[in-house]
Design a protein around this ligand. Structure first.
Ligand SMILES: [Cu+2]
Length: 147
């Protein structure tokens, strides 16, 4: 009888121990990996007359990016990611093809935007550009690649 009670207590302890480890094993790693996956990657862009500089020009699809655009120039600028302006294409046409636009960045101002690329683009297909009249023609563009 004494021996029988001991085995019951032992089996209850084993069941309890299994439950505790099962819970700890599933909740722990899941929460920590989800927080690291969603942290966006910061991209620093500087605009001046008449140049766009970015610390990153190759992007990956599915990765969240946090674009920080600083206007270190003396006039209003914008940054658009769109195909190159060619032939008879107008800026209005580009507005329909653009991936995103950070517009009306005043001199000395910083604007931010979060964006995740969905489609890849080889060299020559997409570029960062400022389409304030006359700026693109003066060289305010930077080719980008999306893989
Ligand atoms: Cu500009």
């Amino acid at each position: 009888m004494k021996e029988h009670m001991r085995s019951i207590w032992l089996s209850m302890f084993v069941v309890l121990a299994v439950l505790v480890t099962a819970c700890g094993g599933t909740t722990g790693p899941t929460t920590s990996s989800s927080t690291t996956n969603t942290a966006p990657k910061t991209v620093n862009i500087t605009v001046t007359e008449f140049k766009i500089a970015s610390d990153l020009t190759q992007f990956s699809t599915g990765v969240p990016y946090h674009f920080v655009v600083v206007n270190k120039g003396t006039t209003m600028h914008e940054v658009m990611i769109a195909p190159p302006l060619t032939g008879t294409m107008t800026v209005d046409d580009l507005d329909k093809l653009r991936l995103f636009e950070v517009s009306d960045i005043a001199a000395g101002e910083t604007k931010t935007l979060d964006y995740t690329f969905k489609e890849s683009a080889s060299l020559g297909k997409m570029q960062m550009a400022c389409h304030v009249p006359g700026h693109y023609e003066s060289g305010m563009m930077l080719p980008v690649v999306i893989v």
